[in-house]
Design a protein around this ligand. Structure first.
Ligand code: URA
Ligand code: SF4
Length: 225
């Protein structure tokens, strides 16, 4: 009697499965996972679309173009700056002004290139007037976009440039001189900090320290390759 009951329940389960899924080779959840993998680029471009329409903070008022960030999926490094400057606001592209060209040289010095193995973004996606520091409420409003970008991109290492992005991403309030030189973690991703390229252009005495930071960055990347 017991066995009959078991068989009966098994048949019911089969009927239930058939009603739900039909006789398909691939379980719907497996397909769903495949779909999720395929659409990382779409998820990333969804963020750019949202950013382009965003009015969550006052920086939306004076921007010409928001700068969502640019680069490849699974980058070796995700570079996080502060916010767009004049050139970036004009074009919608990150780090393309004087500081950006200098940043490209830093990357080249440790065999990286923005087009091949990096993603470049910012704490705030819209230009602060007269390049002032983003206010905490603006950084706070914009942060979820960055968080989603990092989750999708899965960089091997994060490099923050300048005080603002280094403080926000490490959750510490020290100046950049005290923050640099260590390896932090953002969620599970190692994170290295350094000065902002604009600051180093103004004060070339910082160059040896940046070089040390870049070498540290390269070591962390090589360990994870
Ligand atoms: N400075 C930044 O912090 N970000 C840019 O995109 C350009 C200059
Ligand atoms: Fe939205 Fe960020 Fe632009 Fe503010 S800076 S309007 S939060 S995209």
């Amino acid at each position: 009697m017991k066995n009959y009951k078991k068989t009966f329940w098994n048949i019911l389960n089969l009927i239930e499965d058939y009603e739900r899924y039909g006789f398909e080779d691939v379980h719907p959840e497996a397909e769903f996972n495949e779909e999720k993998k395929k659409s990382r680029e779409e998820l990333l471009s969804d963020i750019s679309t949202e950013v382009k329409k965003c009015t969550l903070c006052v920086l939306s008022k004076n921007r010409k173009n928001p700068v969502p960030g640019e680069g490849i999926l699974d980058p070796l490094v995700m570079i996080i700056g502060e916010g767009p400057g004049a050139e970036e606001d004009r074009t919608g592209k990150p780090f393309i002004g004087r500081a950006g060209k200098y940043l490209d040289k830093w990357l080249e010095a440790i065999k990286l290139s923005r087009n091949e193995n990096c993603f470049i973004g910012n704490i705030v996606k819209c230009r602060p007037p007269n390049n002032r520091d983003p206010k905490p409420e603006e950084s706070f409003a914009c942060f979820p976009y960055l968080e989603r970008q990092i989750d999708i991109l899965k960089p091997k290492v994060i490099l923050t440039v300048g005080r603002i992005s280094s403080q926000i991403m490490t959750g510490r309030s020290l100046g950049i001189g005290a923050l640099r030189g260590k390896i932090y973690r953002y969620k599970d991703t190692p994170l290295v900090t350094t000065y902002h390229p604009s600051g180093v252009l103004r004060n070339p005495a910082l160059r040896p320290r940046v070089w040390d930071d870049l070498r540290l960055l390269r070591t962390v990347i090589d360990e994870r390759m």
